[in-house]
Structures are given as structure tokens and as C-alpha cells.
Write a protein of this length. Structure first.
Length: 319
């Protein structure tokens, strides 16, 4: 099974160079799609022999649009599979060979992915949160992130990614694959190492806003998907704060609201500990996971407002 690799990025700098370096020497056709970088990424990619596609700045950038452009750049001589990689990820040695073998061995598979991890989880609590986020069970799955080996026939069957989606576009794509009766599989193998490069609270906040935007936009397209996430955001990000205001006039209501938050926090921490996380880290991360409902709400409302106004969906960057 012949394979090409499409890498997408925007101002990834040294992270992009590390990504390209992890792919060289494997005889793979590399296509790098750049979304308006100003840090020399385009020249750097060309210097290592990658084909480069520079997206038109007149149209809003999205990861989905970039992946589609990379696929189209492969032209008429398409491979049997395309591996999509985010430009802030290093591909693990041996991963592509293992993924290709799995895809080639089962014609019902449309997509194969693996395990992603953070390169520097110890650098900040925000990186550690990402590292925890990437930990998912192996086996048949309903969705995955942007790093994936994709059968070209499956991509074409569903029309590629939706370029209007600014967040969780990969998960939306997976839902259409499943509806088209393709199976998705996560192999129990290291796939990529990611560099979130989040060291500040405001970065984490913007990323959580972006996630909320994805909950709303993708959830509207596939109503059963992200249903639990949306319900929790409405409850803990909006309904309980409104009730808390009423508690200013009737204190038992305020106590009940605070108890609800405390119970949610304790349950989250307990779940993290059950997953093998140490007590101190679990208590710390549970605080951010609880707090995330507020920026998530902002993201959901941002999507609703943009749709109501009929304006283009602009990306929400955190680095």
C-alpha cells in the first residue's frame, strides 16, 4: 500500500522542523500545507524537500481546509492512503509501517490512528492536561484527532473534511465516515508526540473556548455527538451560575449550587485517580477541568452568535 503524508501548520517553527525530520528517510511523499505563517515555515519545508501549498489568505483558515488542500495537491496520481499529521507533532519510528499494515489487512477500515502523547508534559499543568486528554483506549473507536492514516477511498466517499468547521473538524469527519459504514481503529501503539507549548493560563483558556465552539458546531451537525459535553457546559457554565445569583437572595439555593460544584469536582478528581493519576495531579487537573465549562460556554455562544450573524467561522488560536 503506497502512502503520502500531508502535514498542516501555521507558525510552528522548530516544531515543524522536528515533524519533517521524523518523516525523512522513509521514501514518503511529503506535502506541507501552510496557513499564513510568518516565521519561515514555508522556506524551511521546501529546504527539506517537501512540496508546499500556501493557502489563500482571502479565505478563513481552518485545519479542515488545509487538509483538503493537501489532499488535492496530490493530484491525479493518488496513493492508496494518506497520513495526515499536525505540524506540531513528531511521528514515532515504525508507526507508519504498522498503521499501513493494519489498514491493508482489513478492507473495512477507513481510518487507523494510534496513541499521541505530549513531549513536555512536565513543562506546565496545561501541557499535562493535554497529555491526559490524549490517553484513549485502543480498539474500534467512534472518532479521533487530526493525526490519522486514512484510506483514500474512504476520504473520497465522504467528500473530505468540512472546511467551514474551525474546531473538532476531525471528529466531525469521523462521524461521516462511520455513517458511510467505514470502521475506525486505534492501534495500541505510540503514533505521535505533540508539543502543545502551553505555558500560560490565557493559552489554555483560548483552547477551551475553541473546544466549546467545536462542541456547538459539530454537535449541531451530528446531534447525538458531544451531547454530554454540551449538557455539562450548559449546566455548570450557565444554569448553576444563574441559580447562584438567586442564592444571593435565598442562601440555601447558593449552598446547593456550591455543593453541586464540589460534588462535580470530587467526582472528576476521583475519575482521574482511578485512571492512574497521582492524588496531587488529579486534584490540580480536576480544578481546570471544572473551570473549563466557562470558556467552553463562551465558545458555544460564539458559534451561536456567528451563525446568527451569518459571518464566517474564524479560527481561534492559542499559540
Amino acid at each position: 500500500m503506497n502512502v503520502a503524508v500531508v502535514i498542516i501548520g501555521r507558525n510552528e517553527g522548530a516544531r515543524l522542523l522536528a515533524c519533517l525530520d521524523s518523516l525523512k528517510g522513509q521514501g514518503l511523499r511529503l506535502v506541507y500545507v501552510d496557513s499564513g505563517s510568518s516565521d519561515g515555515s514555508v522556506a524551511a519545508a521546501r529546504a527539506v524537500g517537501a512540496e508546499v501549498v500556501e493557502l489563500d489568505r482571502a479565505t478563513p483558515f481552518t485545519a479542515a481546509r488545509a487538509r483538503n488542500a493537501g489532499f488535492e495537491a496530490l493530484g491525479a496520481d493518488l496513493p492508496e492512503a494518506v497520513h495526515f499529521v499536525d505540524g506540531d507533532c513528531i511521528v514515532e519510528p515504525g508507526w507508519i509501517e504498522a498503521a499501513v499494515a493494519a489498514l491493508a489487512g482489513d478492507s473495512s477500515l477507513g481510518l487507523v490512528t494510534g496513541w499521541r502523547s505530549e513531549i513536555y508534559p512536565e513543562a506546565s499543568v496545561y501541557n499535562a492536561l493535554c497529555d491526559h486528554e490524549w490517553h484513549r483506549p485502543a480498539g474500534e473507536i467512534v472518532a479521533c484527532g487530526g493525526d490519522m492514516l486514512l484510506r483514500v477511498a474512504a476520504y473520497r466517499a465522504v467528500g473530505g473534511f468540512d472546511g467551514q468547521i474551525i474546531a473538532s473538524e476531525d471528529e466531525e469527519f469521523c462521524q461521516r465516515l462511520r455513517k458511510a459504514r467505514w470502521r475506525l481503529m486505534r492501534l495500541p501503539l505510540p503514533m505521535t508526540r505533540h508539543d502543545a507549548a502551553m505555558t500560560r493560563f490565557d493559552q489554555w483558556w483560548r483552547r477551551a473556548v475553541r473546544s466549546g465552539h467545536g462542541f456547538a458546531q459539530v454537535g449541531e451537525m451530528h446531534p447525538g455527538y458531544f451531547a454530554r459535553e454540551r449538557a455539562r457546559v450548559w449546566a455548570y457554565g450557565l444554569a448553576l451560575p444563574v441559580l447562584a445569583l438567586g442564592g444571593l437572595f435565598w442562601w440555601p439555593l447558593l449552598v446547593a449550587v456550591l455543593a453541586a460544584y464540589a460534588m462535580s469536582y470530587a467526582k472528576t478528581a476521583q475519575g482521574l485517580r482511578a485512571g492512574g493519576m497521582g492524588t496531587r495531579a488529579a486534584l490540580h487537573q480536576a480544578m481546570f477541568l471544572s473551570l473549563s465549562k466557562f470558556p467552553n460556554l463562551i465558545g458555544m455562544l460564539t458559534y451561536k452568535l456567528r451563525k446568527w450573524q451569518g459571518v464566517a467561522m474564524q479560527i481561534i488560536e492559542y499559540k
